[in-house]
Design a protein around this ligand. Structure first.
Ligand SMILES: Cc1ncc(COP(=O)(O)O)c(C=O)c1O
Length: 360
């Protein structure tokens, strides 16, 4: 079976984890700050806070941006459900705006049209690692929270790394991501005030200089263990190689699948650079049959992603219905994620491509 995803884990990771186990300091130890500093340094971000997941990073980022009950947050319906869920956690309403058919990121004009007097923040998602047009959204002067969970290694046209523009930006380290800690996440940000608040709220509202007996605000347990941070440090050291390997695999796919009726991930344009995360194609028809045909040939694939507004929770809670965001709905109905990971061999890519083209 060719799997959808497969992490790169070697001796460096084993060694790093063993060292933490032997140290006996499994949480809130020295690896936490070391990982945060190294991650921020790598991106050119001023601050970073490690947390237990990308979702936790989004939640704390929205809180830092001041989003609360009754507010609206304009975001993309073409994302993993977590980006909208985090808005709902805060008692706010996700207001979706349709996507650009090429980049699959929120269309800046549609986002502008969705802004109302209740809009408290904008939440662009860098979907499939392609930089969202954050510079266009910045013109509205509203707080921005970036979902960069899929976009480690992506770069904006002006040379800033995704996550380094100063807005709180959430990264995810689940096992299929460019860098993994098993589960985990990181919030990068430009504001020292945000950093102070996030560090406290991830740790039950405890002030950094306070004893255990008082907590001066509501918090959560969104901490990342030292074991995970050590894993993250080891992964960070091989990140360039892993990103280059992903880009190489994407190049093989592009060559093998060019010229047919498949929609391929957009090429880097106007100076934006994708941080490769998944290889998602849009099939012209019969997506489910294509996925079944791949499975019969020993190849994992999946529909990726469904439109958030059409998930039953969002239909029921917010009254969404088919036809509201036609570009997103069309893309979501035809998208298939193919096996994609750094160690994938050229022969495996050829095998997937051949099976896919035959199925079509
Ligand atoms: C776009 C997007 N947002 C948010 C998340 C949530 O990250 P996590 O699974 O680490 O909570 C993910 C990860 O799957 C994602 O792909």
């Amino acid at each position: 079976m060719i799997p959808l995803a497969q992490p790169v884990l070697g001796e460096a990771e084993e060694q790093a984890v063993l060292e933490v186990l032997r140290s006996g300091q499994l949480s809130l130890g020295p690896r936490l700050e070391a990982f945060e500093r190294a991650f921020a340094g790598r991106l050119g971000a001023r601050h970073a806070s490690a947390v237990s997941s990308g979702t936790a990073a989004l939640h704390l980022a929205l809180r830092a941006a001041g989003v609360g009950p009754g507010d609206e947050v304009v975001t993309s319906p073409f994302s993993f459900v977590a980006s909208a869920n985090a808005i709902v956690y805060q008692g706010a309403t996700p207001v979706f705006a349709d996507i650009d058919p090429v980049t699959l990121n929120v269309d800046p004009d549609a986002a502008a049209a969705a802004i109302t007097g209740r809009t408290r923040a904008l939440l662009p998602v860098h979907i499939f690692g392609y930089p969202a047009d954050v510079p266009a959204l910045e013109r509205h002067g509203l707080p921005i929270v970036e979902d960069a969970c899929e976009a480690l290694g992506a770069v904006h046209a002006d040379g800033t790394q995704v996550g380094a523009r100063g807005h709180p930006a959430a990264f995810g380290f689940y096992a299929n991501k460019q860098l993994t800690t098993g589960e985990g996440g990181m919030l990068t940000m430009g504001s020292a005030e945000h950093k102070e608040r996030v560090d406290s709220e991830r740790n039950q509202g405890r002030a950094p200089d306070m004893g255990w007996l008082d907590h001066d605000r509501l918090g959560f347990n969104y901490r990342l263990t030292d074991i995970a941070c050590a894993l993250g440090m080891a992964q960070l050291q091989r990140l360039d190689d892993m990103l280059a390997a992903r880009a190489r695999v994407a190049g093989w796919y592009r060559e093998a699948l060019a010229g047919g009726e498949l929609g391929l991930p957009c090429e880097d344009a106007d100076g934006d650079v994708r941080g490769w995360f998944v290889f998602v194609v849009q099939v012209p028809r019969e997506r489910d049959r294509v996925i079944r045909a791949l499975r019969e040939r020993g190849i994992q694939s999946k529909p990726y992603l469904p439109a958030i507004h059409l998930l039953s929770f969002y239909r029921e809670r917010f009254g969404h219905r088919d036809g509201e965001f036609p570009v997103c709905e069309d893309v979501a109905a035809r998208s298939v994620a193919l096996p994609f990971f750094p160690a994938m061999a050229a022969g495996q890519v050829a095998q997937v491509a051949e099976a896919l083209l035959t199925a079509l």
